[in-house]
Design a binder for this molecule. Structure first.
Ligand SMILES: [Zn+2]
Length: 118
């Protein structure tokens, strides 16, 4: 048991949750590791109403936004887990100093300390 096992658990849980959310609206891109693509909504060929079509496109737009946020967050979480493997977890990427545990408590995937986060 190391000092970060608590954060690792949080990150693993968040990763599982994010992947679950993503898999509802997207699928992993087989070409690019870590990349997800929004799955096309089931286009109903019976839709002739242009309003309904517009709704579908709007929904698609929203999904792309949500997918992007989930994917970005997932990348942060995966990077944090990789830093744990490498032993660089908890070190500020900009200043190189050890981060305040409170900072990691608030965001276990944080890459920089509060001072360097701007
Ligand atoms: Zn820093």
């Amino acid at each position: 048991m190391n000092e970060f096992s608590n954060f690792r658990q949080k990150l693993e849980e968040e990763k599982t949750r994010l992947e679950g959310e993503l898999s509802k609206i997207a699928r992993p891109n087989p070409q690019v590791k870590g990349d997800w693509e929004v799955s096309s909504p089931d286009m109903n060929p019976m839709i002739s109403d242009s309003n309904e079509m517009a709704d579908t496109f709007e929904e698609m737009d929203n999904m792309v936004g949500i997918e992007y946020q989930l994917e970005e967050r997932l990348k942060e979480v995966v990077l944090a887990l990789e830093r744990m493997e490498k032993g660089t977890y908890g070190v500020c990427e900009k200043g190189g100093e050890r981060m305040d545990p409170k900072r990691l408590e608030a965001n276990p995937a944080a890459r920089t300390c509060i001072e360097h986060s701007a």
